[in-house]
Design a protein around this ligand. Structure first.
Ligand code: ZN
Length: 260
């Protein structure tokens, strides 16, 4: 019976995560157009036809319509579906891992922001300033709700990556985007310096790998740029779980190699 209740509870969390991330999808499309607070009915982005309730049910509508607009047949991005399912997965995964509480909720909201950053950066090559402000605010809230990292470590976290990146950009203006730098500043408050460094290294590895693949396939010319925010976001999400521990292990390893 207990297991049944637990299963039901997780199912409800999944639905809740999916619903919240269908709003995340809405923000992803409306924020770059500065229309988040505009009171307009949802419409197909291809034909402009107003969407009915049956077209707007997260996940289910997409699957029933096979990813196409009911009115004009235009493709609805698979990413829309993936984002919604990701929301469900985050909600279930985080409550299973951290238990039901403010800690899981804060990290869930952090992941929601990273998802928005990832998709908008993919679409527009820019990270809206307001998202980094919200991440910074979440970082301050996380002092109480998540804990585990001292305030000093968080303050160092603000600058440990963002400052070197800022200096690099002074020399090589096209190295990193201003949005990337502000993202690493804001996330540093959330994670503390140890996990922020690990997050950046993961992002660099993933982004570098992607860049090499693109070069080989010649998908991008030498002067073309690709959005770096998605790779940083993945790094930041992974670092939530193991960033501080990995850095501690590394520091321990350094200490041992110096004392031997
Ligand atoms: Zn349409």
């Amino acid at each position: 019976m207990d297991d049944l209740l637990k299963g039901l509870l997780y199912f409800l969390f999944f639905i809740l995560g999916v619903i919240i991330f269908s709003f995340v999808n809405m923000i992803i499309y409306k924020l770059p157009e500065k229309k988040v607070f505009a009171k307009e009915k949802s419409a197909c982005r291809a034909c402009g036809h107003e969407l009915a309730f049956k077209d707007l049910i997260p996940v289910i509508s997409w699957i029933c319509l096979k990813g196409k607009c009911r009115y004009c047949g235009a493709k609805i991005s698979v990413r829309d579906l993936v984002v919604e399912l990701l929301g469900g997965a985050f909600a279930v995964g985080l409550t299973a891992y951290y238990g039901i509480g403010l800690k899981a909720l804060t990290i869930f909201l952090f992941f929601a922001m990273l998802t928005i950053v990832t998709c908008i950066d993919m679409d527009t090559m820019e990270i809206p300033f307001v998202l980094n402000v919200i991440i910074l605010v979440l970082g301050i809230i996380s002092i109480w709700t998540v804990g585990g990292v001292s305030i000093l470590e968080r303050i160092i976290g603000l600058f440990c990556i963002s400052l070197p990146l800022f200096l690099i950009v002074l020399v090589i203006p096209e190295g990193f985007g201003g949005g990337d730098i502000k993202l690493m500043f804001a996330a540093g408050m959330f994670l503390g310096w140890k996990a922020t460094v690990v997050a950046f290294l993961i992002g660099l590895l993933l982004g570098g790998g992607y860049g090499v693949v693109c070069l080989i396939r010649r998908k991008h010319g030498k002067k073309d740029h690709f959005a770096f925010g998605p790779f940083l976001s993945v790094g930041l999400a992974i670092a939530v779980f193991c960033g501080t521990q990995l850095m501690d292990m590394y520091l321990e390893f350094l200490k041992m190699s110096f004392t031997v």
